[in-house]
Design a protein around this ligand. Structure first.
Ligand SMILES: C[S@@+](CC[C@H](N)C(=O)[O-])C[C@H]1O[C@@H](n2cnc3c(N)ncnc32)[C@H](O)[C@@H]1O
Length: 197
């Protein structure tokens, strides 16, 4: 992990309540995507999960093999209090880049934009390594630039495409139609399928 945006940096942001990214609930694009999933046996990872409202939603719908990972202890602790029946061994206080497991689905929301942009090629490669053949990376990516120095770090569809193309087939990679108002027109919905059978 880059020194500047390390676990202490994120833990401090949570302790100071500087969490502008946290919308307090699952967002509509992910809710709609989850609502059409049927295989409750799949292993799902939410990296950089923060307060993990999406994981809570999935877990309560019966997707019991949902895992959450974050380097900051504070949001995982809060999540654990909010969802006391969520299995403790599925709460991973770990660096995404050091995870070692296999998943059917990885869910992205404001984690990619939080890491140093120099790590983006590694993010794409690690997602592919953590997925089973045919597994999916699904979520949202900002398709905009930000006025202030990040995080969040912005970017463009063309830039992102280059990172993911070596490993994934693009099923969806277009402007989300159901973003929350502040993100309307500024985020891409992606559904990428790992190449190989
Ligand atoms: C902008 S927040 C987004 C949180 C959550 N996904 C949301 O939408 O509310 C980024 C999160 O990524 C976590 N994070 C940053 N670097 C990480 C890393 N290398 N591995 C795992 N988590 C990381 C931070 O602690 C923080 O919770």
């Amino acid at each position: 992990m880059k020194q500047e945006f390390n676990a202490d940096y994120w833990q401090n942001r949570y302790q100071l309540g500087q969490t502008g990214w946290d919308v307090g609930a699952i967002t509509p694009p992910l809710r709609e995507y989850f609502d059409q999933l049927t295989n409750k046996g799949q292993r799902i990872l939410m990296p950089g999960c923060g307060n993990a409202y999406e994981a809570e939603y999935l877990f309560r719908k019966g997707f019991v093999h949902t895992y959450v990972a974050d380097v900051a202890e504070a949001p995982l602790h809060r999540f654990s209090e909010r969802v006391p029946d969520f299995p403790k061994d599925q709460l991973l206080l770990q660096d995404f880049f050091e995870l070692d497991s296999q998943f059917d689905l990885i869910v992205e929301q404001t984690f990619f934009c939080a890491i140093d942009p120099s790590l983006r090629p590694d993010y794409a490669r690690r997602c592919a390594e953590l997925l089973v053949p045919g597994g999916k990376l699904v979520g949202l990516l900002f398709d905009t630039t930000f006025e202030h120095a990040g995080p969040p770090f912005g970017g463009s569809r063309e830039e992102y495409r280059a990172y993911f193309e070596p490993y994934f087939e693009f099923l969806h990679f277009e402007t989300a139609y159901n973003s929350i108002p502040p993100r309307q027109g500024r985020e891409l919905f992606m559904e990428l399928k790992k190449l190989g059978s």
